[in-house]
Design a protein around this ligand. Structure first.
Ligand SMILES: [Zn+2]
Length: 308
C-alpha cells in the first residue's frame, strides 16, 4: 500500500493567549497542496511574512521553541507541531496574528479534537521519509540529557525522565507505530516546578501561565503565606498544595503524564527536520535545547539524503 501525504479537510481557528508573552492570539490552520510542508504566516506583518516550520530557523529554546527569519518570529510552536507530526499531517498553512502560538490547556488535545472530528485528507503524492544512515548519540554533559537515534523500519520514541524529584519519580513513556497519539500522548500537559516559577517571571517568561494550562509540581513543603504571595503574583484567589505534591488538587490525566509530555515535545521539535523519520529514538531527560540541537544535525542529513 502506498503511503501518501495528508493535509487537513477543513479550516480550524483557535483563540487563546501565549504562555510567555501573555498576548491574545488568533490562529488558523488550513489545508495546503502536496509538497507544501508546514508554513507559518504572520498575518499581522503582511502577506509575505511566511516562515517554514524548519529547524534551520530555530533561534532560542528557553522554555519553548522559537523560529525566526528576518522580522518573522513564531514561538512556543512545539505542541501544535507535535499534533501535525503525531497525526501524520504533511501539508498545512498556519496563519497567526501574533508571535506566540496559543497555549490552550498546555497540551495538544484541543488541536487533535478539532482536527479528528473531520479526519484527514489523503493527497495524491507519496510521503517522503528520512532514514538515518547509522546510529547517532548526542549527549549534553552539562545537563546529563541524551538522545540516541537508530535507523529502523518505523518511527518510535522511548523517553525517560529523572529530575531527582520525589513527586515525579523516574518516569518512562513510549510511542510506537501502534500507539494512538490522539488519546495516549496529545492530552499530556506541560509541567513546571513551583520553585522555577519566580525566576521565569523575572526573565519575563510565562506571563500567560495559569493553573489551567500547566501542571505545577510542589517538591518541597511551602508555607501557606508563601503560596498566598504567589497567588497574588499569578492573579488567582488561592493556591493550595495537594498532599501528593501538585498545586490546587490537579488530577493527572496519566500517572506518567510528565514523561508523555516530554515525548510530545520531542515530536514537535523533531517535526522541524521537515520530513517524517524512520528511526528509533531514545530520549533521556530531553528538552527543547537538546531536541533542536539534534534536529539541526538531522536536518543536515535530510538535506544530503534528499538533495534539498
Ligand atoms: Zn511542551
Amino acid at each position: 500500500m502506498q503511503d501518501n501525504q495528508h493535509t487537513l479537510r477543513c479550516k480550524y481557528t483557535f483563540e487563546g493567549k501565549g504562555l510567555h508573552t501573555g498576548q491574545k492570539v488568533t490562529m488558523t490552520l488550513e489545508p495546503a497542496p502536496v509538497n507544501f510542508g508546514i508554513k507559518f504566516k504572520r498575518v499581522d506583518l503582511g502577506e509575505d511574512a511566511l516562515i517554514d516550520a524548519c529547524v534551520d530557523y530555530v533561534t532560542t529554546t528557553a522554555r519553548g521553541t522559537t523560529l525566526e527569519k528576518g522580522d518573522v518570529k513564531i514561538s512556543t510552536l512545539e505542541h501544535l507541531m507535535a499534533t501535525l507530526n503525531g497525526l501524520h499531517i504533511d501539508n498545512a498553512l498556519i496563519s497567526i496574528n501574533a508571535q506566540e502560538v496559543p497555549i490552550l490547556d498546555g497540551s495538544a488535545l484541543p488541536y487533535v479534537e478539532a482536527i479528528m472530528k473531520d479526519g484527514l485528507q489523503e493527497q495524491d503524492a507519496p510521503r517522503r521519509y528520512f532514514v538515518p544512515a547509522e546510529k547517532f548519540v548526542y549527549r549534553d554533559e552539562q545537563t546529563g540529557s541524551e538522545i540516541v537515534i537508530m535507523p529502523d523500519d518505523e518511527f518510535s520514541v522511548d523517553l525517560m525522565i529523572d529530575y531527582n524529584s520525589k513527586v515525579l519519580g523516574n518516569q518512562y513513556a513510549r510511542l510506537t507505530a501502534k500507539t494512538d497519539f490522539a488519546s495516549e500522548i496529545a492530552p499530556c500537559r506541560t509541567f513546571v516546578f513551583l520553585h522555577e516559577l519566580e525566576p521565569l517571571f523575572k526573565y519575563n517568561l510565562i506571563k500567560g501561565g495559569d493553573l489551567d494550562n500547566a501542571i505545577v509540581i510542589v517538591e518541597h513543603p511551602v508555607p501557606q503565606e508563601e503560596l498566598d504571595r504567589l497567588a497574588n503574583l499569578f492573579n488567582v484567589n488561592t493556591l493550595e498544595r495537594a498532599p501528593e505534591g501538585y498545586l490546587n488538587h490537579l488530577e493527572l490525566r496519566f500517572p506518567n503524564e510528565c514523561a508523555r509530555h516530554k515525548l510530545l515535545d520531542i515530536l514537535g521539535d523533531f517535526s522541524l527536520i521537515g520530513m517524517p523519520m524512520k528511526a528509533k529514538v531514545i530520549g533521556y531527560k530531553s528538552g527543547h535545547k537538546i531536541n533542536t540541537t539534534v534536529a539541526k544535525l538531522l536536518r543536515e542529513a535530510v538535506k544530503a539524503q534528499h538533495n534539498l
